[in-house]
Design a protein around this ligand. Sequence first.
Ligand SMILES: NC(=O)c1ccc[n+]([C@@H]2O[C@H](COP(=O)([O-])OP(=O)(O)OC[C@H]3O[C@@H](n4cnc5c(N)ncnc54)[C@H](O)[C@@H]3O)[C@@H](O)[C@H]2O)c1
Length: 336
Amino acid sequence: MSRLRVGVIGAGTWGRNHVRTLASMPDVELTAVCDLSASVREKTARTYPGVLVTDSVQALLERVDAVVVASTARAHAALGLAAVRAGKPVLVEKPYALTVREAVELAEESDRLKVPALVGHLLEFHPVVDRLKTMIREGTLGEVYYLYSQRVNLGQIRPDENALWSFGPHDISVALYLMGEAPARVSAQGHSYLQRGIEDVVFLTMQFASGVIAHAQMSWLDPHKERRLTVVGSKQMAVFDDMAPREKLRIYDKGVDRPPEYGSYGESLAVREGDIWIPKVNNAEPLGLELGHFVKVARGEAPTRADAWDGVRVVRVLEAASRSMATGGGPVTVEG
Ligand SMILES: NC(=O)c1ccc[n+]([C@@H]2O[C@H](COP(=O)([O-])OP(=O)(O)OC[C@H]3O[C@@H](n4cnc5c(N)ncnc54)[C@H](O)[C@@H]3O)[C@@H](O)[C@H]2O)c1
């Protein structure tokens, strides 16, 4: 079978990882890279001779079978739309769009033209997140009570997206994926310390109709680098530490048991301090898994995961959270 010709639009700090990963995939031919920055183009052309390096989206679209968009967030939806209208399956980096209107337009156009427009929700491809999803589905953790995540570090301070839009798509997409539902209501508080109108620090709370609460702390103004998710269930608790070099998932056999004859007396609740175990999880790189999936979808060989409507659902939460933040943190209903 011939190799899929893939082009990348936006080869900056993150896009160059897409370029490198695609260039290493045996069933892919990295055919073209488009970037508005002359220095990025120069560096890319030096590393990948034989690849068309251009500042023209049109020139790229004419050469490729499928496209990855990793430009600045402002351009994501328009570039995704251009790819879909040219009949090229596209993977659009997060955030999928900067408004629900743009995200829905892209998803509807993708449906109408039957051209997939996936979203780069990388963590949905993380083997640990998949393992957690299986554990939740099989009831290993019991009933999920709540989850919370910390995504904090110092920099990269973005001039055109705040910490919510930069980090939030990861935590929101994981919470929606694990819970299998979208939140009914959100509230968020944030503050701009470094650049006027761009929040560096955001605390987001999502409330699901099932009663689950998911909280995310996001900041690029923090002394620690943390990428941690804790899921608290009625039987067990799970901690996913993505900064750990190995053994990223730990399961705590801890909880509070309620005897069957439980009445209203607090003393009959029994705290259980059990073992901690470390499941063996495949350590494949999520970006390779995400792009491998994209290639299969572009070839029509696999049903789509992290599809256009997944992108829309997360942008709906981001937009509702922005509205909440603008009012000082009041609850906002998530549309759709
Ligand atoms: N999935 C992940 O884990 C992950 C991680 C980091 C960043 N990202 C996302 O990837 C995107 C890019 O992030 P980055 O850190 O590489 O930013 P960056 O600013 O370093 O790079 C963006 C590049 O896109 C180019 N560009 C912008 N508009 C363009 C256009 N219309 N046509 C062609 N090129 C264009 C710029 O010249 C620049 O080189 C952001 O949306 C970011 O949120 C995702």
